[in-house]
Design a protein. Structure first.
Length: 236
């Protein structure tokens, strides 16, 4: 039976191991450019310096610090994500992961599309007229996932290698990808891929909104304001 999960994200690591270390590193880099070391003499000065350089658009110093995040999404979203440069990516491999094995419970795991209704989890029961189309389109998606799983397992059982059988796996297949960007790149990626950009794919907006919320909570100075398409900053 196909396993259906929601997308998620987890913060793994940041430069220096702490928010304070990142502020200090970026603050030092910023004052070095202007030889204004006295700006760091008072308490809270690193925060003030970092806020100032972001407001002024001096974002090159943000490239000295990086953040690593584990993202669980579908393969379609991951294909869009890895287009961003410069970044480091380590992704679950469909060449070497055999989803028909006991390690994976003999089943594939897929990401629930953000527009899918709840009716897909219940294949029986009465529905109102307005729910009819939603139910049957959801069911068509589920049946496609189940067919992919059955075909994949049949091909493996018939002697195909995972790298061959993966050709029948769907775009909805769950993947785990560990992503590292420097802070400047994270700010740009989030500005382009969150719900603030209605042209971004809905599933990309869904997962990037999760990532943005986590980064904003952990590193508010860097992620409360993001650049817009003109390179200006806005507060979200």
């Amino acid at each position: 039976m196909v396993k259906i999960v929601d997308p998620s994200a987890e913060l793994i690591e940041c430069t220096g191991g702490s928010y304070g270390a990142m502020l200090e590193l970026i603050g030092l880099a910023a004052v070095n450019c202007y030889k204004e070391e006295s700006a760091l003499d008072e308490a809270g000065s690193y925060e003030r310096v970092c806020k100032s350089i972001i407001r002024r658009g001096h974002e090159s110093v943000l490239e000295h610090a990086s953040i690593t995040v584990r993202i669980i999404c579908d393969r379609g979203v991951s294909h869009e994500l890895v287009r961003h440069r410069i970044g480091a990516y380590s992704q679950e491999s469909t060449r070497y992961c055999n989803y028909s094995s006991g390690k994976f419970g003999g089943e594939i795991t897929v990401i629930k599309p953000s527009w899918l209704g709840d009716g897909v989890y219940s294949l029986s029961g009465a529905f109102k007229d307005e729910e009819y189309v939603q139910y049957h389109t959801d069911l068509a998606w589920l049946e496609a996932m189940q067919y992919s799983e059955r075909t994949y397992n049949f091909l493996i059982k018939s002697g195909w290698k995972p790298e061959q059988a993966r050709t029948v796996l769907p775009n909805s297949l769950k993947t785990e990808i560990i992503v590292t960007f420097n802070i400047r790149q994270w700010r740009w990626v989030l500005s382009q891929r969150t719900s603030q950009n209605p042209r971004a794919h809905p599933q990309m907006r869904e997962i990037m909104d999760i990532v943005h919320a986590k980064l904003k909570q952990e590193f508010p100075i860097f992620f409360t304001e993001l650049p817009n398409k003109k390179g200006e900053t806005f507060e979200k």
